[in-house]
Design a protein around this ligand. Sequence first.
Ligand SMILES: [Zn+2]
Length: 339
Amino acid sequence: MRNAFGLMLMSVAAATLIAAGGWFWNSHRSPVAPQAFAAAQATPAPVHAKPLASRDPIETTGSIPEKTPAAPALQPKQTCANPDALGVSRVVEIDTTGGPGFGFEHFKQIDFLADKEVVLSFDDSPWPVNTPAVLKALADQCTKAMFFSIGKHATFHPEILRQVAAAGHTVGTHTWSHANLNSKKLNEQTVKDEIEKGNSAVKLALGTAPAPFFRFPELQHNPAAMAYLGTRNIAMFSCDLDSFDFRAKSPEQVINTVMTKLEKQGKGIILMHDFQKHTAEAMPELLRRLKAGGYKVVFMKPKAPMQTLPEYDDALIKDMKMPVATARPVSSVVQTVSQ
Ligand SMILES: [Zn+2]
């Protein structure tokens, strides 16, 4: 799939959306009530991405514009105050029909990056301090990235996720609670609930549908989950280059890992975590190093927004409501019966 020019439309097998009948995700209450969203310190940290032994690539279908020749308006319209900015060299629009897979660590079918081209991507968004710091570094370099948001984090900090979208970045999803969807403990329904509740939570936080872009927590996928995402026309993202920033002991280590791998591989989708402090601190220098190294940023955005499932949207809104008892007037809870 290395056609140099033109659009390559792969055949897409029409798939039937799994009929939803009477299911519902387990009625576990959210660990943090909606009225406590702002209390970041009360929220648990997620399980971070772990390295994964390579798995065999699994076939996916979909379509993507490949190495599109120069076209007008590839640069973002906003003016950039930094004359030496990294910027965005190319914008690609992704047709997510059939759930195409990206990132050669696991999905090896779609090779659309030229030498020296990189895609910046961040997982576990949004989080206080670190996500805004990443946003500032990106803005200072007039460049764009993809963010994969955990549903729970989106409900904890919707205002931060809206800043990500407002800055023009692509916001995809990363499950509701960062569950390992390849775990034997999860049945088909639970996997679906993790994906869809996450999608609906990100939509609720943003106030608009996210991109139909999904990254498996810990890069753990399996054929059943991939087939499901295919039926939902949601693109799957692995990466070409894992920063392992969640293990890094310093910002310098994040920078060195990324630059060393890039020098070897020459291009790729870079996986980082805006959730991580060292990554946030590394970003200004890492972006300068990318520019100095002659790397160019490709910005991936969807052709169409994600279609969330209304039953999950509705259930999430219900689930987020305050407990009934707290909405009752005091007089209905406390009655003087003897004085
Ligand atoms: Zn993650």
